[in-house]
Ligand binder design. Structure first.
Ligand code: NGS
Length: 291
């Protein structure tokens, strides 16, 4: 890894997987932005799709992994539906089977706080599922390259920023928003996430919590790697309220790192309910402090 900007070429691994698992991961992938009407996450009708997508030949290469895909969420049903409609066949294609998708929904009204949702989600999931690999996933990003492995295989403590190339229109071109961005989709080992003390809990509304995480990596000398296959489509949604305070918070981010994060999330948020659906475990969360 070269500094905070390492490119990770997983070609050998992809080749190995393709041979051992007898699959053809060729990079191209056609996504589908119009889920069928019977694909409703909370409906038993989705069982049809689970049967379709979860009954496949597994690959021994992934058998020692337990993957948690964690999605922070509020009021974005259409985005979520589209993501899952694409993500499940995507994982099937990669023959990754030992995974669970967790939706962490903010029930408290007012400003959204993605960092808190990720922290409380992680904290809870570590108790109920014990993953060996965690993928923090924006609800509006759809993977467009089947060689972008949703796995921590051969990953040391370097996290993987999966979504370095994003396009906002289906026929548009991909852009790298900036080279040290770590937001979007991030794959990380749980022990690394714990070492960083998770995300900051203090970023409300849009922007900055991911840059704060980028600073956490730097301060602990953890390089971020970016797979050469990290291509995504970004779905549309209504404009979000910006966090006017974000630059001020970023200014002293690393000074707060060890007191603001996973180690104080239990004083700020609690899980109110857990629902099991055919496709996902849905976890609702409320803030318990005077934020
Ligand atoms: C930066 C934000 C990040 C955000 C990124 C990409 O400006 O939180 O844009 O946003 N940082 C600050 O505002 C300090 S995107 O174009 O994907 O909506 O993730």
């Amino acid at each position: 890894c070269t500094g905070n900007n390492g490119i990770l070429n997983r070609t050998n691994l992809i080749h190995q997987i393709s041979t051992i698992c007898k699959i053809n991961l060729n990079g191209s992938l056609k996504i589908n932005l119009n889920p069928t009407n019977d694909f409703q996450i909370r409906s038993s009708l989705t069982l049809k799709y689970v049967k379709l997508w979860k009954t496949f030949n597994t690959c021994s290469i992934f058998e020692n992994e337990t993957i948690a895909i964690i999605i922070s969420y509020r009021d974005r049903e259409k985005n979520l539906q589209t993501l899952l409609y694409n993500l499940l066949p995507f994982l099937q294609r990669q023959k990754i089977f030992n995974y669970k998708i967790f939706i962490i929904e903010q029930q408290t009204s007012g400003a959204f706080n993605k960092g808190r949702l990720y922290n409380i989600g992680f904290y809870h999931i570590m108790k109920i599922y014990k993953p060996t690999c965690v993928i923090f996933h924006d609800v509006d990003l759809i993977p467009e390259n089947d060689q972008n492995l949703y796995s921590c295989l051969k990953l040391t403590n370097h996290p993987l920023h999966m979504s370095a190339n994003v396009r906002f229109k289906i026929n548009g071109s991909y852009t790298t928003i900036y080279s040290f961005l770590v937001g979007g989709v991030l794959t990380i080992r749980p022990e690394t996430f714990i070492l960083l003390n998770g995300y900051s809990n203090r970023y409300f509304n849009w922007g900055g919590e991911d840059d704060d995480m980028g600073l956490r990596f730097l301060s602990k000398d953890i390089c971020v790697q970016r797979p050469t296959t990290g291509y995504y489509y970004a779905g549309s949604h209504s404009t979000q309220i910006r966090n006017e305070n974000r630059f001020k918070l970023l200014f002293d981010a690393t000074l707060r790192q060890d007191i603001d994060g996973l180690n104080n999330i239990d004083q700020l948020a609690r899980v109110t309910n857990t629902y099991e659906y055919p496709l996902v475990t849905w976890i609702t969360v409320k803030w318990i402090d005077k934020y």
